[in-house]
Structure formats: C-alpha cells, structure tokens
Design a protein around this ligand. Structure first.
Ligand SMILES: *Cc1c(COP(=O)(O)O)cnc(C)c1O
Length: 478
C-alpha cells in the first residue's frame, strides 16, 4: 500500500500533498475546538496510548496520510492542553491565532534564515519584528538583536557578547584565544537567579558556581546594598520578573550603584520585560533600559509558538564580534545577516510568527493581553485569600504563590489538582515553604477559566482537609 503514494507522478504528488495539508489543518482545527473542554493533563490511558507510536524504525514506507492519522490518534490525546486557557504551570503562554496561522504558512515556505540571500521575506520580517520589539520594550535604538530558540540561548548569546566586550577591553580576544589564560571576569548574580543563567554561564566557560551571590528581599529582589565592591571586569545579572513571585529587581538603583566602565549589566527579562507594553505596568521596568543586554522570550507572555527567544545587546559591535564568522561560500551582504548576530546558522524563520503576532495585536492588544492576565492573577489571589488560604507573594504581575496550609497539604492539593484535570498548576519552594505556582500567561484565559479553576482548588483543598483524604504520608521534600 505504501509504495503507491511515492510512485505518484509529480502532478499527482501535488494533489496528494494538498489533501494532506488540508487534512492536517482540519485535524488541528478539531483539536483546538476540543481543547478548551477536555481535561488539561492527559489521562493515564491517553499516555499509555503513546505505545502506538513507539515500536521500531520501520523498514518500509508508510503513507503520509497514515502517518498523520497515527499522530492525531495517539499523539493528540496525550498532549497537555496548553492551548486551552487553563494551563497555569511554569510560565507557558498559548499561541495567538495570527501567530499560529503564520507558523503554518512559514512551514510551507520552508525558509532558511541564516542569510538574507536565502530568504528576503524571512529576514525582512525578522528585522521588522526585532525593531518593533526593541521599541515596545523601550530598549536603546542602536542595540543589536537576534532570534534564538528560547531565553536560555538568548542569555547565552548576551553573555557571550559581555565576555567579548569585557575581555577585549583587557586586550584579550576571547573568540580566538578562548578562556585559558584570560584575565578573570567576575560574575555576580542574585540568590534568586534563574537556572537558565547558570546554564549559560557554564556553557560559556564562566562557571555555574564561580559566581558571587547577592542576597534578596522578601519578594526575591536583589538587595542593592549587598552588591560587593566591583573592582575589575564584571558581569552582573539581574531580573525583570522572578520566575516564582514575578518581582522586579531595582534596576535603576543597581545600574547607578556599579562602576559601569567595567560592569556589564545583563537582564533576564524572559517574561517580565513584556510588562513594558502596558501603560499600567511599565513603571515596573524603571531603569531596566540602562542595562547592557536583555534576554526575553516570545513563546511565554507574548504568546508566540515555541522556539522563540529574543535578545538585544546595547553594544551591537560586541554582539557581532562574538557571533560573526566568515567562509568563502557564505555570501554575506552589507545588511544585517541573521547568522552574524546569533549562535545558529541554519534555522527556522522565527520572525514570521513574531511579526504576525505583533501585527495582529498592535500596541493596544498587547497591552490588553498583559493587563488581562495580570488582572486574572489578582483574581486568583483575592479569591484564594478570601477562602482562607495564604498568598505568599505580592502579586505584582501574573504570578501567584499560594499555600493551602502545611507543606504536605499544599503538595497533596497540587497533586490532586493535576489529577483532577480542570486546570494544571505546578509547585515550588518559596522561602522554605511549599507553594502552588499559578502563572497566567495565555491570551485564551478568561474569568470563567479562573472561576472554574478556583472552584476546583477550593473543593480539593477542603476535601483534603475535612476528610483527611490525603492522609497517606507524602513527604514534604521539594
Ligand atoms: C522560562 C525562563 C527562562 C528560560 O527560558 P527558556 O525559554 O525556557 O529557555 C529563564 N528565565 C526566566 C525568568 C524564565 O521564566
């Protein structure tokens, strides 16, 4: 049966492919129609159904329509309903309709975005989206920027530029010579630094643990008065949007307190930087534009499809020096060549969906999306507090940390909520206490989703308490 499709004549192949694409679109549409009604975490039976996709590498061909049917039959039910509006785990957004549709079209375009000559469309969309984002976030106009796979790689790229500039100022060409024998670069982070920054430091040879760690306050903000005296080349990483509390480091005071001639201030603004798009929340970003580099994500609060990190570096030349390379066959022109501004060469045309998502929302739509998610986070906090549960953070943006009582009870509630399927939330440890993390990031989420989820939390927490239903001693380790 399988040879048939591949033995088709070219004109028949086109018909067959068109049919497949329409079939994929119909399946995607059916999936999205059902995703708001279904449980958020897949059932154990659906996960067990993935066995249908395991097996061995087949010797023979499988017709593409059969492949698609298998993906939909076994894969779709075992997905997490991220697209449904009641996924509050980690910091995961959805994908807006324009961004999702653009992603489908971009897949058909199949553009390589290493060089302009490979795709004028992809590079112009990417240049334009980068310019829009830089302006939306209030970052310096001369900054260099790039799209990468996510904020971890955005951080890596920013810190590579920092390493370049700080060592070049010491007369050391780190791209050519590496770090062996190089003058030391001090790295300062806060005790609330995201592990992504640590990972980037490790990849760059700067060391995950070779850092000075500055204490933070009750909300996880870096304490300016605890920054040690800076005497030599230093990278200081601060954050806009703590991954648990959503808090913002006091960027203005930090930037004023350190010797800028040899201190590179980097901002992990993976989701928090987007608060800059709302007139109501922009005040939280005071001073962040004084930094030297910024890493953020399109695939979190901006609600673009996954695989979208974004970075900007004030000293564009340092970024370019750290990332550019030449070869006779690489036809670089005089305009911005994507591969000279980021770590990757061949890659997806990430700017297509970024452009589409931004174009469709506009400034007003983006501000409304940020404000709505923050308002819904506040609703979670207010109702839970009124029901007698403790909110552990000041809810400044879209993040809520809640304790249902003891660590054990909170843990049990989180596990029961995940099993229940109305919504999905994860857990964390905040200042020594176990907490449920609620992150409202999706453009889909509305009041009804929040109220359904609240009803589930409260029902589960009360059942747990009154009936000692969670009596089985689950230990309280994080
Ligand atoms: C998600 C997150 C990261 C890592 O981003 P990825 O896109 O997953 O690489 C880094 N910092 C913060 C604050 C985050 O929320």
């Amino acid at each position: 049966m399988n040879d048939v499709k591949l033995a088709l004549q070219p004109n028949e192949v086109a018909d067959y492919r068109d049919g497949l694409i329409l079939d994929a679109a119909q399946r995607a549409s059916r999936y999205l129609k059902g995703v708001r009604e279904r449980r958020v975490a897949p059932t154990p039976e659906a996960v067990a159904g993935l066995d249908g996709l395991k097996g061995e590498m087949p010797d023979g061909e499988t017709a593409a329509d059969v492949v698609l049917e298998m993906l939909d039959a076994f894969g779709s039910p075992a997905t997490v309903a991220n697209a449904g509006g009641r996924y509050f785990g980690f910091v995961n957004g959805g994908a807006t309709p324009a961004a999702m549709a653009a992603n489908v079209l971009a897949t058909a375009w199949d553009q390589n975005t290493a060089l302009r000559v490979m795709s004028p469309a992809a590079t112009v969309l990417e240049d334009t989206a980068l310019r829009w984002i830089r302006d939306l976030l209030g970052l310096p106009p001369g900054s260099g920027g790039s799209f990468v796979s996510g904020a971890t790689m955005a951080t890596f790229t920013c810190l590579a530029a920092a390493r370049q500039a700080l060592l070049a100022a010491q007369g050391w060409d780190v791209e050519s010579l590496g770090l062996f024998g190089a003058p030391p670069v001090q790295v300062i982070v806060s005790e609330e630094v995201h592990i992504a920054v640590k990972k980037a430091l490790g990849l760059l040879g700067l060391g995950r643990d070779r850092v000075l760690t500055v204490p933070t306050d009750s909300q996880g903000r870096l304490r300016v008065d605890s920054i040690p005296k800076i005497t030599g080349p230093t990278i200081l990483s601060i954050q806009a949007g703590n991954v648990n509390s959503g808090s913002f480091d006091p960027a203005k005071d930090i930037c004023a307190a350190v010797p800028r001639e040899h201190t590179w201030v980097h901002v992990d603004g993976t989701f928090g930087l987007w608060a800059a798009c709302s007139p109501e929340y922009a005040r939280l970003l005071e001073g962040f534009s004084d930094a030297d580099s910024w890493a953020t994500d399109g695939h979190k609060w901006l609600n673009l499809p996954y695989d979208c990190g974004i970075l900007f570096v004030r000293n564009a030349e340092a970024l370019h020096r750290a990332m550019s390379l030449e070869a006779a066959y690489l036809q670089a022109g005089t305009e911005r060549e994507p591969m000279q501004w980021g770590p990757e060469m061949s890659r997806r045309a990430r700017g297509v969906e970024a452009w589409a998502g931004l174009k469709s929302l506009g400034r007003a739509g983006l501000a409304a999306m940020i404000e709505r998610t923050c308002r819904l986070a506040k609703r979670f906090a207010d109702v839970l507090q009124a029901a007698g549960y403790e909110i552990l953070n000041d809810v400044v943006i879209n993040q809520v940390l809640v304790s249902f009582g003891s660590d054990t009870l909170t843990r049990c509630v989180i596990e029961a909520v995940q099993r229940d399927g109305t919504c999905w939330c994860g857990g964390t440890v905040w200042h020594g206490r176990y907490a449920m993390r609620i992150s409202v990031c999706s453009w889909v989420t509305d009041e009804h989703d929040v109220d359904l989820s609240l009803a589930a939390f409260i029902r589960i927490a009360r059942e747990g308490k009154e009936e000692a239903k969670f009596a089985s001693p689950i230990d309280a380790r994080p």
